[in-house]
Design a binder for this molecule. Structure first.
Ligand code: F6R
Length: 586
């Protein structure tokens, strides 16, 4: 799970690569590097974040280069394991995103042939394979085709060659690779974000396709060697606004953006929306699948579809989707939810289901992502790039779109118009910033946190706990409030803050009783409700809205709480440790 970028241009590509990699850091940020072809291949590598690298790049110049930002999977975080990796004679350099599953076997045979390896990574085998075949065949297309045939797993890689200093080659299988077409320049990258200020004209490589880019020419062919004609897509510049504006972190900016992103997620082409709804309703079996935060949205979708649209479905974690595969057939619809559209577990679940004849419907944010391209029908979240590693605005956009689907299927026109005005209430929460900052200061040193809620609030409790864990590194658990008495109450004492999601709806009285049970054991109760009660040590007030809409609004103070606790603890909120934005490994 890494970011790769290559550039061919008339001028020096080093500043372009450096800037582009900063944009790709959301994909991995434990080490980075770049290589250019000057008279020979010159590269530079560093561990840590790009912004932290006090590196003198002034000596590195070139009009062709490749770069990489890493999230370690095979081999620890060291300079040696950072990309680019080079062949034995350093005549070829590669960057790779993905996992080469059969690298040990390939490495063994290359070692036996005399190749020398300098890293513990799986990726390095690509450089050596290219070297081997380059010397054998000389024909670069053939070299690429035999290399991709040899490697198993998922990959997007780029390579440069000392002997052919005007060329970058690349290939993809199950990891993204897009090509930006600029004026006298090409960009080859994991994500459009990395080059959007240079061009908005993009070719999305499909799975099992390879590219040979030279100054002034581009050849794309599939893994069988057949040349393919690709469409150039013009992407919307404004959709790729990647500045932090006045905010100290992307995460905070994205939390504050939610009133507009919520609205944007509801702008859907009515024909497409209806087609989507029709497919859901026509399904004999409907499974929702997703990971992490998107799975929490999936849990709420299950509730909404069942209660509002009277559509029965199951929600299954993508990483556990094997549990349902025996039941998947041509009468099944899989609804996959993913911000990035690149999560390996989700793609794996979708592909297995597709093989069994299921129809794939997706809700994604990243246009052109693998999930987008492999689905039968797609609805976009339209919430712009989410740079902060923790999902915030994409979650509320997912919820809004799920509500829209549920109401559309139930033909609830009045509820749809209420949903479209919901963004007006987000300011009500944001204005409580000072109060949330104080709560964050009060509980910042806690070791454990609990989040409880019933029914529609349960997925939000899970999401609140996940946000706190990943941003602040405090242990947190989200629980169905009714489950406390079945064991967890044993852990509650006077050092335990508990966030109680308890707006005045049909869950109110029972959840209040659970809060009292915990208070009796000394817990500090942080209420999130539209109604005060003496049980709360602290209260974040919710606006008076229709009860069905509380989940979409009540998650925002939880995101803010996690953010400010993390700030108080000095954590790097935009790039939490051990995480990456797109989890492209299984
Ligand atoms: C949490 C978070 C992750 C993602 C998960 C799925 O803040 O960001 O849990 O939600 O990795 O990612 P997508 O939605 O891109 O499939």
């Amino acid at each position: 799970m890494c970011g790769i970028l290559g550039c061919i241009s008339d001028g020096d590509v080093v500043p372009i690569l450096l800037n582009g990699m900063k944009r790709l850091e959301y994909r991995g940020y434990d080490s980075w590097g770049l290589a250019v072809v000057q008279d020979k291949i010159r590269s530079i590598k560093n561990i840590g974040k790009i912004s932290e690298g006090e590196m003198n790049l002034s000596k590195l110049k070139g009009s062709i280069g490749i770069a990489h930002t890493r999230w370690a999977t095979h081999g620890c975080v060291t300079r040696e394991n950072a990309h680019p990796h080079t062949s034995c004679r350093k005549e070829i350099a590669i960057v790779h995103n993905g996992i080469i599953e059969n690298y040990q076997e390939i490495k063994r045979s290359l070692l036996a042939e005399g190749h020398k390896f300098t890293s513990q990574t799986d990726s390095e085998v690509i450089a050596h394979l290219l070297e081997k075949y380059y010397h054998e065949f000389k024909d670069i297309k053939k070299v690429l085709l035999v290399t991709v045939k040899k490697i198993k797993g998922n990959f997007a890689f780029l390579a440069i060659f000392q002997e052919d200093p005007n060329m970058i080659v690349g290939a993809r299988k199950d990891s993204p690779l897009v090509i930006g077409i600029g004026k006298n320049s090409f960009f080859l990258a994991s994500d459009v974000l990395s080059f959007i200020e240079h061009t908005d004209k993009v070719i999305f490589l499909d799975n099992l396709e390879a590219v040979i880019a030279k100054k002034g020419s581009l050849r794309i062919f599939d893994f069988k060697g057949r040349e393919v004609k690709k469409r150039i897509t013009q992407v919307a510049w404004e959709a790729y606004d990647v500045s932090k504006k006045e905010f100290t972190h992307y995460t905070l900016k994205e939390i504050y953006e939610q009133s507009s992103t919520l609205k944007n997620s509801l702008y859907q082409d009515p024909m497409k929306l209806n087609k989507f709804c029709k497919s859901i309703k026509a399904a004999k079996k409907l499974f929702i699948t997703a990971s992490g935060t998107s799975f929490h949205a999936g849990l709420l979708a299950r509730y909404m579809f069942s209660k509002i649209s009277k559509v029965y479905c199951e929600a299954v974690l993508a990483s556990e989707s094997n549990q349902i595969m025996d039941w998947v057939d041509k009468d099944t619809v899989i609804l996959a939810i993913s911000q990035s559209g690149e999560t390996a577990d989700v793609l794996d679940a979708v592909r297995k289901a597709k093989e069994k004849g299921a129809k794939i419907l997706s809700i994604v944010n990243v246009i052109g992502s693998t999930l987008d391209r492999e689905s039968d029908l797609v609805l976009y979240l339209n919430c712009g790039p989410e740079i902060g590693v923790a999902a915030t605005k994409s979650f509320t956009a997912q919820l809004a779109l799920i509500y829209l689907l549920a109401f559309t299927m139930a033909n609830e026109v009045i509820s749809i118009s209420k949903l479209k005005r919901l963004n007006d209430y987000i300011d009500f929460i944001l204005k409580q910033k000072d109060k949330i900052v104080k709560i964050a200061e009060k509980y910042k040193d806690s070791n454990d946190f609990y989040f409880i809620g019933r029914s529609v609030h349960y997925p939000i409790a899970l999401e609140g706990a996940l946000k706190l864990k990943e941003l602040s590194y405090i242990h947190a658990e989200g629980m169905a409030a009714g489950e406390l008495k079945h064991g967890t109450l044993a852990l509650i004492d006077d050092r335990t803050p508990v966030v109680v999601l308890n707006p005045k709806d049909q869950t109110y009285h029972e959840t209040l009783s659970n809060a009292l049970e915990m208070k009796a054991r000394g817990a500090k109760i942080i209420g999130v409700s539209d109604l005060n009660n003496e049980v709360y040590d602290d209260l974040i007030i919710l606006p008076q809205i229709d009860e069905l809409f509380f989940p979409i609004i009540e998650v925002i103070p939880l995101q803010m709480l996690a953010y400010y606790i993390a700030i108080n603890r000095g954590a790097d909120v935009d790039k939490p440790r051990n995480l990456a934005k797109s989890v492209t490994v299984k």
